[in-house]
Design a protein around this ligand. Structure first.
Ligand code: EPS
Length: 388
């Protein structure tokens, strides 16, 4: 059994999103405000549609936290969908409310609509799209917010920023982590490069006017991990692989790179591998971090850098060609309220999901039922490593 696990439930326009996070040690300091702060970050980002103006995501914790501290029991969390008011009948549990006149039958290319309808034998894509929606990431952000508080106790920080939106790429990315955080937090598109930010906003405006959408690339940086999280010994213990899997589980992601990523393949070994040095004070260290914080699937102690490519949102206001699943006639795809881009918000979801994966790896390595026990184990290990 995994040391830390979670499930989510809930549809985008259903009553609420629900999650249970199990396996947190007792004694982690966390409040509903800490979680709400992360939920609010996910709601931002230039290019989002009308839905985010309707919602004010707030968590309701119904178990596992008492007086601002985890108590070791499962943490149950709910985020209500305000928009549900309008969808009560359409997404009702009660068979008396069945109304087939509003079926979604013209699947959107790129969305889960058609495959889901075929696989689950559904006549209405609403049954698929509501769960496939990235709204589900609100529940995962709540999970990640609790995990962040555990990581905080070990000095581990998780942060994301946007590198590219469509064809616009950030050129000036601060090397100082504090500056990177400040600049991206202050940006409407979470991009630390002010001139790229402007071009990204222009592109989003143009895409909106054209009834089109745009994707992009964001990076998640995790600092403060000890050396040796994950393991080289077996495929499903390689933390690098688990992190990539977790990133690909976010709605609309199509590619993941660690550190220098695909560029590594295009360069000779002499220009790629991070050389090793030793200093009495620092211990073993590297002057570069092309490996993005992993060797052998294990953390090196350098910052983890994972970059993720998101495809453009698949709901287009100027829709692509599709087929009416009932008449089989060619039709334009369904037009449903949506975003022009959600790359900045996806970065926040990715932070949360990365925080969970690192928290899980920390739980596996240092165990303990309380934070104090876990910290004792951590400190002993760090001491051993330092003495080498
Ligand atoms: C989302 C809520 C959704 C979309 C988006 C993510 O709101 P609605 O569908 O009610 O307008 O903004 O979901 C999609 C792009 C999608 O394809 O499902 C959210 O809370 O993040």
């Amino acid at each position: 059994m995994s040391e830390l696990r979670y499930l989510t439930a809930g549809e985008s326009h259903g009553r609420a999103l629900t999650t249970i996070l199990e396996g947190m040690p007792a004694g982690v300091l966390v409040t509903e405000d800490d979680i709400d702060k992360e939920l609010a970050r996910r709601q931002k980002g230039y290019g989002r549609g009308a839905r985010m103006a309707i919602e004010t995501d707030k968590v309701r914790v119904s178990s596992g936290i008492r007086w601002g501290e985890t108590i070791g029991s499962p943490i149950a969390m709910t985020v209500d969908n305000k928009d549900w008011e309008k969808w009560q009948k359409l997404l009702s549990v009660d068979p008396k409310d069945r109304d087939e006149s509003k079926r979604v039958i013209k699947p959107r290319p790129g969305h889960a609509d058609l495959v889901g309808m075929l696989k689950y034998d559904r006549k209405d894509a609403q049954d698929i799209l509501d769960r496939a929606s990235a709204r589900e990431t609100a529940a995962r952000v709540a999970v990640g917010a609790v995990c962040r508080k555990l990581l905080e106790a070990f000095g581990i920080v998780v942060h994301s920023f946007v590198r590219e939106i469509g064809s616009v790429r950030a050129e000036h990315i601060p090397t100082d982590f504090k500056e990177l955080i400040e600049r991206s937090e202050a940006s409407a598109v979470r991009c630390p490069d002010a001139s790229a930010e402007k071009a990204m906003i222009d592109l989003i405006d143009k895409s909106k006017a054209a009834g089109d959408t745009c994707g992009g690339v964001y990076s998640v940086i995790i600092t403060g991990c000890p050396v040796g999280l994950g393991s080289h010994v077996h495929w499903d213990r390689k933390l690098e692989a688990r992190l990539c899997w977790a990133m690909m589980s976010i709605q609309a992601m199509k590619g993941v790179e660690i550190g220098m990523g695909f560029d590594m393949a295009r360069k000779p070994g002499s220009q790629v591998h991070d050389e090793l040095f030793y200093d009495k004070k620092k211990g073993f260290y590297r002057e570069t971090n092309n490996a993005g914080g992993f060797e052998g699937g294990m953390t090196t102690g350098e910052p983890i850098v994972v970059s993720v490519a998101m495809k453009p949102i698949s709901t287009l206001m100027k829709p692509l060609r599709s087929v009416n699943v009932e008449t089989k006639e060619p039709f334009k795809a369904e037009v449903i309220r949506s975003d022009v881009t959600a790359v900045p918000a996806a970065g926040i979801a990715a932070e949360a999901i990365a925080a969970f994966e690192i928290a899980l790896a920390m739980r596996e390595k240092f165990g303990g039922d309380s934070l104090r026990e876990m910290k004792d184990n951590y400190e002993r290990y760090v001491e051993h490593v330092r003495a080498r």
